[in-house]
Design a binder for this molecule. Structure first.
Ligand code: ZN
Length: 510
């Protein structure tokens, strides 16, 4: 934030906001600052969901929209900015529908109806290629932002993409700068060579320097919390970073220098609420709350247009994707840091389907938990939205030893990468003189033979990026012609309900 001219400074002088904004009706004379409400990583979700951090179901279109209307009622329409940190697409069957001429167009209608002011372009917008991403950006009525995605000649990547946007909020000029993860190309398949990516702090500083009239600077990013920290250090004039990408529920705002960093989890489950009061000396008063709005509490306040869309899409998905494909007696959950129950089950099922010795899956490819109860086509879609093919291939026993050691390394310290989800390997590991060590390794109950060839099954994305995930490239890959979803549905039909969470293959020994 910059020092303000005296006139503006006087106009902005404001009392400190009270604890409960809802009890505090706005008036013309008493300015109390403004509110930034935010979400991120919606991933085409729009219904309330069960979560492991709260009872019952939270969030969804009606609850989030209702909560924002509540804020607009109590603070005043022009004192609420509503932002999203990107990855609007890729997560539910909503992606399969073309609306307003574009895939996942329903999400753009939702965001328009809810009254979002801007969103940052995320890496998953590009899952079906550059042209499809460009069409999505062009179709959005809500401002799509990214300051660091450019063409080779230094123009914004798409004509409709804005680097930043300046809003007048409660008499304050608030600059919102978009940013997209520089690792975009690593995350998406297809030719992305037309994209030139600028370092986020450099791109943000360029906007800050170009707009001296802005009083409060906000970066709206799809970078993840760690890169948001680097951005705060690299562009210290930022007052606030509203983030996404790492799907992090920041219960407390993080502060780096004078910059606050917030993020609101994922999948339209939560709503972050920032109260900002410019103090007039170049700094702000800042209060933050991460909320989990519930449909039964505030859903009735959602705008009528939002309610109509919600009903329409709930019915569409029930008709098209509501067919039961199986049942689970337990909830299977996910993790990057250990072998999760869902990872163990999926890799077991794929090994069963293909007769492979070992099933392997990337933790990031499991996108939502398998709930207990009836499993529908939609359940499988939301868990595996990317439509990857099941592939089998061969590896040497020595590669399996290396893989188990990689997992042991990640299990002992999550900072050392994510754990590959697997079935077929059982291994003991320990830490010895600060280094991970394998104590034993069996493949389906037999000691591994370093020179033997083993059959592995995984998804096409992992195979494409095998060096990154497995540390070795399997040989003789063969596509099965079957998607992961279809393979799992077939296994569920054949084996009946999932009775219990499977056991992980790795065990720590002292
Ligand atoms: Zn995401």
């Amino acid at each position: 934030m910059r020092l303000l001219p005296l006139l503006v400074l006087l106009a902005c002088k404001a009392p400190v906001p009270t604890e409960n904004p809802a009890e505090d009706a706005p008036t013309e004379v008493a300015r109390k600052g403004f509110v930034i409400a935010h979400t991120n990583d919606l991933h085409a979700h729009f219904r309330p969901q069960p979560v492991d951090w709260a009872e019952g179901t939270v969030g969804g279109l009606l609850a989030i929209s209702g909560a924002v209307e509540d804020l607009r009622d109590s603070w005043g329409e022009d004192r609420v900015l509503f932002l999203d940190g990107g990855d609007v697409r890729s997560g539910t069957p909503v992606d399969e529908y073309v609306v307003d001429g574009v895939r996942t167009g329903a999400m753009l209608q939702f965001m328009d109806a809810m009254g979002y002011d801007a969103w940052a372009v995320g890496n998953h917008e590009f899952d079906k290629g550059l042209a499809d991403a460009g069409l999505f950006v062009a179709t959005s009525k809500v401002a799509p932002l990214s300051s660091n995605l450019e063409t080779e000649s230094g123009e914004p990547l798409f004509p409709e993409l804005e680097r930043s946007k300046i809003f007048e909020v409660d008499g304050t000029k608030v600059g919102v700068i978009g940013a997209t993860t520089p690792s975009l190309k690593k995350f998406v398949a297809g030719d992305m060579s037309a994209i030139h990516i600028v370092e986020p702090a450099v791109a943000a500083q360029r906007e800050i320097d170009a707009h001296p009239e802005v009083e409060v600077w906000v970066a709206l990013t799809h970078l993840g919390v760690e890169d948001d920290r680097k951005l705060a250090a690299g562009a210290p004039e930022l007052d606030l970073i509203v983030g996404g990408h790492s799907h992090t529920r920041l219960e407390e705002a993080v502060k780096v220098g004078d910059t606050w960093i917030v993020q609101a989890g994922q999948y339209m489950q939560g709503l972050g609420i920032c109260q900002i009061t410019p103090k007039g000396d170049g700094s702000i008063d800042f209060k933050y709350q991460l909320t989990a709005p519930r449909e039964d509490a505030v859903g009735g306040k959602a705008r009528p247009a939002v309610q109509a869309l919600y009903e329409q899409w709930t019915e569409t998905l029930a008709n098209d994707w509501g067919v039961a494909v199986g049942e689970s007696k337990v909830r299977l959950t996910r993790s990057y840091d250990y072998e999760s129950s869902m990872g163990n089950w999926v890799t077991w099922a794929l090994a069963k389907r293909t007769g492979a010795d070992v099933g392997l899956y990337n933790a990031g490819g499991l996108r939502s938990d398998i709930p207990s109860g009836t499993l529908t086509r939609e359940t499988l879609y939301s868990a595996f939205p990317f439509g990857n093919e099941v592939v089998v291939a061969e590896v040497q026993g020595s590669s399996l030893i290396a893989l188990a050691l990689r997992n042991a390394t990640a299990l002992l310290d999550p900072e050392n990468g994510s754990v590959v989800q697997q079935h077929g390997l059982t291994y003991g590991y320990r830490e010895k003189l600060g280094s991970p060590e394998l104590v034993d390794l069996k493949v389906n109950g037999e000691d591994v033979d370093v020179d033997a060839t083993y059959k592995v099954v995984t998804n096409s994305f992992v195979l494409e990026q095998a060096q990154r995930y497995l540390g070795a490239v399997p040989t003789n890959p063969v596509g099965t012609g079957e998607s992961v979803r279809d393979a799992l549905a077939a296994v569920l039909a054949e084996t009946g309900p999932i009775e219990a969470a499977p056991e992980p293959g790795g065990r720590k020994v002292e």
